[in-house]
Design a protein around this ligand. Structure first.
Ligand SMILES: Nc1ncnc2c1ncn2[C@@H]1O[C@H](COP(=O)(O)OP(=O)(O)OP(=O)(O)O)[C@@H](O)[C@H]1O
Ligand SMILES: [Mg+2]
Length: 272
């Protein structure tokens, strides 16, 4: 589903962040991306979500060459992705509930479905009691979990998470990865950047290591997965509002919450 062919990225200031990367990640995989600070991990994710363009090479997402995709199509590409940004990108003026809810509203979900689903997802990430708080009133770990909730809320086919446990204690980190693991078992492709070796060890997923912009090791798909206790039922995960699955209308730009959308799409959608 994700394929990088000879992809290099040189930023305008001359920094070579990725150097001839060739990677294929199949639908349904759960992959950890590891490597030192500055190795190119976030750049790799930004190329997948098309927040940055490659300097050379080709990127395919679900068989579509996104390298020459029109800018106005990018928001539609991103709707298939749930993204946890390294810097959270929450909207300070909105409550926790609304930060998560707007991701559903922009795709035209009905208020009843939004309310039910957002409360359910906030419960999954342990933030039920914080729904009416604002990001500034939360700890770093709590903000990170709001960002995770927002990524999960539309049941995306791909979840990309940049250090989703960077601000969270080890126990909670384990639970978050466990949650992602459960979601992965339902077929969602998951890519997680992490520095936490303990987590990588415990979960025995595929690990891709980047160093100096190059892939220096890749364990490939695992033959045997770690035993993870199941705490969430299939029924709960399947509780996706049907309105969302069936009706993804072409929302007009006016209908979109511009400020909010800008924050998670880095301005691209709102600029159109
Ligand atoms: N917008 C940018 N302009 C110029 N250089 C950049 C830009 N973004 C990243 N870089 C550089 O590209 C390299 C890779 O950065 P990247 O953010 O991908 O690293 P990373 O592996 O995610 O690091 P970290 O673990 O610290 O988040 C670094 O040398 C970084 O300084
Ligand atoms: Mg990074």
């Amino acid at each position: 589903m994700i394929q990088f062919k000879n992809v290099s990225k040189v930023y305008p200031n001359g920094t070579q962040a990725l150097d001839d990367v060739n990677i294929t990640i199949e639908k349904g995989e759960f992959v950890f991306i590891v490597g030192a600070s500055g190795a190119g991990k976030s750049t790799f994710l930004k190329l997948i979500m098309k927040e940055e363009q490659p300097s050379s090479g080709t990127i395919y997402i679900n068989g579509i060459n996104t390298t020459d995709m029109k800018r106005r199509k990018v928001p539609y590409l991103r709707r298939t992705m749930g993204i946890v940004f390294q810097d959270f990108r929450l909207i300070d003026k909105m409550t926790v509930f609304d930060n998560v809810a707007f991701a559903m509203r922009v795709i035209g979900a009905r208020p009843r479905a939004v309310k039910k689903r957002v409360h359910y997802i906030l419960g999954l990430v342990g933030l039920k009691d914080k729904a009416q708080s604002r990001p500034a009133e939360l700890s770093g770990g709590e903000q990170q979990r709001v960002s995770l909730a927002r990524a999960l809320v539309n049941n995306p086919s791909l979840i990309i998470a940049d250090e989703p446990t960077g601000n969270i204690d080890p126990e909670m980190s384990f639970e978050i990865i466990e949650l992602l693991n459960e979601i992965n078992k339902q077929g969602t492709t998951i890519i997680v950047v992490t520095h936490e070796h303990d987590l990588v060890q415990k979960f025995k997923n595929r690990v891709i290591e980047i160093q100096g912009g190059r892939v220096i090791s890749d364990t490939g798909a695992p033959s045997e997965k770690a035993e993870i206790p199941i705490e969430i039922s299939k029924e709960q995960l399947a509780e996706i509002p049907e309105e969302i699955a069936e009706e993804i209308p072409d929302v007009s730009e006016e209908e979109l919450n511009r400020e909010a959308l800008e924050a998670i799409t880095d301005g691209e959608a709102a600029e159109e």
